[in-house]
Write a protein that binds this ligand. Structure first.
Ligand code: XMP
Length: 319
């Protein structure tokens, strides 16, 4: 916990359920699911407290990993959550058109997210509360004394007319504790050990302009990398890993002919709370295999590099 106390997950769940019930009574609560562990554990807790008075909205911004929206929506339904999937990729791509600056991209994605979410939340009759999977590092990083490092879109506010009160049962927990709470609630291991994923998704791993084609390229490269980590039994030992599509092209050669194509960077780090992170010394054979596979199978990519910078001085995400 943020105050250094050791978490008792069973006690936390019992207390949180009581507190949520006392806070919201018989009111309707909306919650944005992201596919990540924080919002999922929040949903399970609130669901335990108030059942179908919780309405979950899962927005597809088109910037998730390959097949992720469909797979995760099915899992949510399997958990018995009252969830609505909202396919809004077109709105996000339209909002990001022509924007290359990282902060402007984050703002465009964040604003569109708020717009899409607010449109859907207004359709939920008599909703009075918004439940969020905010955790302690989100609050600590947003309050950095030296100003905003990156705008985290999930900390942004909804329009005034919605007047929602906030339900944030995880706000004093670290990530590893959220996982303990998830395990206590019976959340499947594949979900519990999912890597953290930024709210703006692959948008902050697609350097330069975000287009459906560039995101598709990145999804394919990312899937090859993460599948290889899973096959090697490494995925669960890693805090976070993924591919980044650079905004540079470089010269290559295929079948004796010159190519001038995209560069993909691979990043894999370990961390405790994402405030600092260490690069993982992945087996060189695995990196070589993934590089060959990406260059051979992903159209428009002819070069793959592995990033070796810790945080600080780099951040985990490139944008
Ligand atoms: P950085 O890049 O700041 O990332 O070292 C630290 C951790 O935060 C995640 N991240 C985000 N998570 N909304 C989120 O929910 C965001 O806007 C966002 N930006 C970065 C990142 O993936 C890493 O785990």
């Amino acid at each position: 916990m943020y105050n250094g106390e050791k978490l008792d997950a069973a006690q936390f769940v019992a207390d949180a359920i009581k507190e949520i019930k006392a806070q919201v009574g018989g009111d309707t609560v909306v919650l944005g699911l992201s596919g990540g562990v924080d919002s999922t554990v929040t949903a399970l807790l609130v669901d335990k407290a108030i059942g179908h008075n919780l309405v979950c909205l899962f927005v597809d911004h088109g910037l998730l990993r390959k097949n992720e929206f469909e797979d995760v929506l099915k899992s949510y339904e399997g958990m018995g959550l009252n969830v609505k999937g909202i396919r809004a990729a077109d709105r996000f791509f339209a909002a990001c058109k022509g924007i290359s600056d990282p902060e402007l991209k984050r703002k465009a994605i964040g604003k569109t997210f708020v717009d899409v979410f607010a449109d859907e939340a207004r359709k939920v009759k008599d909703a009075k509360w918004l439940a969020q999977g905010t955790i302690w590092p989100d609050i600590a990083e947003s309050q950095s004394a030296k100003g905003t490092i990156k705008s985290h879109h999930n900390v942004g506010g909804l329009p005034e007319d919605l007047h929602f009160g906030l339900v944030e049962p995880l706000k004093y927990l670290y990530k590893f504790e959220v996982r303990e709470v998830g395990a206590e609630l019976g959340l499947d291991r594949s979900f519990l050990l999912r890597h953290p994923f930024p709210g703006p998704g692959l948008g902050v791993r697609c350097l330069g302009e975000i287009t459906p084609e560039r995101i598709h390229t990145l999804q394919e490269a990312d899937a090859i990398f993460t599948d290889a980590l899973r096959e090697a039994g490494l995925y669960e030992k890693i805090w976070q890993a993924g591919a980044i599509l650079l905004n540079e092209r470089s010269t290559g050669v295929t079948d004796g002919a010159r190519t001038f194509d995209n560069v993909v960077a691979l990043r894999a780090v370990n961390s405790v709370d994402a405030v600092t992170a260490e690069v993982i010394d992945l087996p060189f054979e695995l990196l070589q295999k993934v590089a060959r596979q990406i260059a051979a199978q992903v159209d428009g990519v002819n070069r793959v590099v592995y990033e070796v910078t810790p945080k600080p001085p780099a951040t985990i995400e490139w944008e």
